[in-house]
Design a protein around this ligand. Structure first.
Ligand SMILES: NC(=O)C1=CN([C@@H]2O[C@H](COP(=O)(O)OP(=O)(O)OC[C@H]3O[C@@H](n4cnc5c(N)ncnc54)[C@H](OP(=O)(O)O)[C@@H]3O)[C@@H](O)[C@H]2O)C=CC1
Ligand SMILES: CC(=O)C(=O)O
Ligand SMILES: [Mg+2]
Length: 496
């Protein structure tokens, strides 16, 4: 830690940590687990975003497995080259929507590598069972195509049949090489591929889209915890999203599902409590013909509204969620408006990294005059306002995917089901203590994340057993203890 702390720039710390991961993996995980709050912003958002942007120029040794269009027809052979045989979790990206930073091509590899480091440190999946993959189908990022240090294919992105065929070959080869119980986590695909990949492979493979499903579970958990402050049940609240893509519509759908279960009402009804704004304004029924399929369920009856501020005034949300990927879009006027009709407005600025956050913690507390219950995708430090300290929460899918994946792996689950996402959200919300709530925190500190992950894993595994989707038999009596017993710890063994 002293060595790391001598570096002043976060990117230098990132490089030092990646070197350590390469040199002494066990020590890397020991450090990450023992100093999770200090090191998470380095191996993960926001610094991993900068690392991906500069990946070519800071490149030292390859991490993960790159599969490019040139490997078409040989992907099985490529997978066989990976030295580890017992893979349990693959995180795969094609680099087209890296955080809120856009298309970074195969420099997006930093994301699967970082996510899998968290699978191990936060969720206890063995490092050797984790495989980061980047599918290189080119990039439409002109700057990268001209960059002499760019490490990927110098061509525009393959699309259509060529893209679909490569992805299909990859998905089939994974199953053939690693078996059907390997979890494939899709990460940071652009939404025009993300939804269709999830729908296509959800019935044949164990797949999970972190941006759509993991984010949904973490936000639902935070909202459920916030109800302890706000009062009422989910259907008593009105939600407004800025951003109607993977994160926005994924969260909206899971919240509507939970509302419908709680209120015993059809999901078509509970969806009406949720509104979304995209780059063209509020999603309303008069726009239905021109909307992408994932937006259509949210096209409610309303006159057109052209921007967020007017949408806030018209819809009067109790909960405002930013999932646009565009920084500083929760302006002073927006936060003042939402605070004018709420005693305690919930404001979540989910977009990553910090530069893309819809507002800062300081802005949320100051502009709401200390009323906001605030959480953000990338971390912000505590804020002092009016002589009082406010501690923001981190609404990031990192709370969910490590425990969620662990739950699937330890139960030998063969398919992901929405009920498991609800179970994961319940598991996380259940870990928020009275003490957290008193401080205005709707997420527990990351300090306790391995315990939290074990509880999430137990909930997910229990649901998988209940649904008959778990293949590891017999079902353990105490799933929390079992999950803990399965977790990797970076201990040195005593040799005889
Ligand atoms: N905290 C967390 O755990 C997570 C955070 N995220 C973050 O969420 C962000 C979005 O990700 P994702 O949903 O996958 O991205 P998508 O590209 O799928 O969706 C982005 C949405 O934002 C809308 N949008 C873009 N610019 C504006 C604007 N100026 N005003 C209003 N709406 C706008 C887009 O509109 P249109 O459809 O019209 O183009 C689209 O609906 C990213 O920054 C990502 O880092 C994502 C996953 C997890
Ligand atoms: C956190 C995350 O998955 C994202 O920003 O894409
Ligand atoms: Mg992501």
């Amino acid at each position: 830690m002293m060595n790391l702390q001598q570096h002043h720039l976060p990117l230098q710390k990132y490089m030092a940590l990646m070197d350590l991961q390469e040199r002494n993996e066990r020590l890397f995980y020991k450090l990450l687990i023992d100093n999770v709050e200090e090191l998470l912003p380095i191996v993960y958002t926001p610094t991993v975003g900068e690392a991906c942007q500069k990946y070519g120029s800071i490149f030292r040794r390859p991490q993960g497995l790159f599969i490019s269009l040139k490997e078409k027809g040989k992907i099985l052979e490529v997978l066989k080259n990976w030295p580890e045989r017992s893979i349990q979790v693959i995180v795969v990206t094609d680099g087209e929507r890296i955080l809120g930073l856009g298309d970074l091509g195969c420099q997006g590899m930093g994301i699967p590598v970082g996510k899998l480091a968290l699978y191990t440190a936060l969720g206890g999946v063995r490092p050797s069972a984790c495989l980061p993959v980047t599918i290189d189908v080119g990039t439409n990022n002109e700057q990268l195509l001209k960059d002499e240090f760019y490490i990927g294919l110098r061509q525009k992105r393959a699309t259509g049949q060529e893209y679909d065929d490569l992805l299909n070959e990859f998905m089939c080869a994974v199953k053939q090489n690693f078996g059907e119980k390997v979890l494939i986590q899709f990460e940071d695909f652009a939404n025009h591929n993300a939804f269709s990949l999830l729908a296509k492979y959800g019935t044949t493979h164990l797949v999970f889209n972190d941006d759509i499903q993991g984010t949904a579970a973490v936000v639902l958990a935070g909202v459920v915890a916030a109800l302890k402050i706000l009062g009422g049940i989910l259907v008593d609240h009105t939600f407004l999203f800025l951003g109607a893509g993977e994160a926005g519509t994924g969260i909206a759908e899971l919240i509507a599902l939970e509302m419908s279960k709680q209120a015993k009402a059809p999901v078509e009804e509970t969806r009406k409590k949720i509104w979304l704004v995209d780059s063209k304004g509020l999603i309303v029924s008069s726009r239905k013909d021109t909307l992408q399929h994932f937006k259509k369920p949210w096209a409610h009856e309303h006159e057109p509204v052209k921007d967020l501020l007017n949408a806030v005034k018209a819809i009067k949300p109790t909960i405002l969620i930013g999932s646009s990927g565009v920084g500083r879009t929760f302006t002073k006027e927006v936060i003042e408006a939402v605070s004018s009709f709420n005693e305690r407005p919930v404001i979540m600025a989910l977009s990553n990294p910090t530069s893309q956050s819809e507002c800062t913690a300081e802005e949320a507390y100051t502009w709401s005059k200390g009323k906001a219950i605030f959480a953000s995708g990338s971390p912000f430090g505590p804020v002092r306002y009016n002589g009082k300290d406010f501690v923001p929460g981190q609404a990031n899918n990192a709370y969910i995917f490590p425990g969620f994946g662990l739950g699937l792996v330890i139960s030998g689950t063969i398919r992901v089901h929405d009920e498991m996402l609800l179970a994961a959200a319940e598991g996380l919300a259940g870990q928020v203590t009275e003490e957290n709530i008193e401080k205005g925190l709707i997420y527990p500190p990351f300090q306790n994340i391995r315990k939290i992950s074990a509880h999430i894993a137990a909930k997910v595994a229990a649901k998988a057993y209940d649904l008959g989707l778990a293949s590891r038999l017999p079902r353990p009596d105490n799933l929390v203890k079992y999950a803990e017993s399965c977790m990797y710890s970076p201990l040195y063994r005593n040799y005889r």
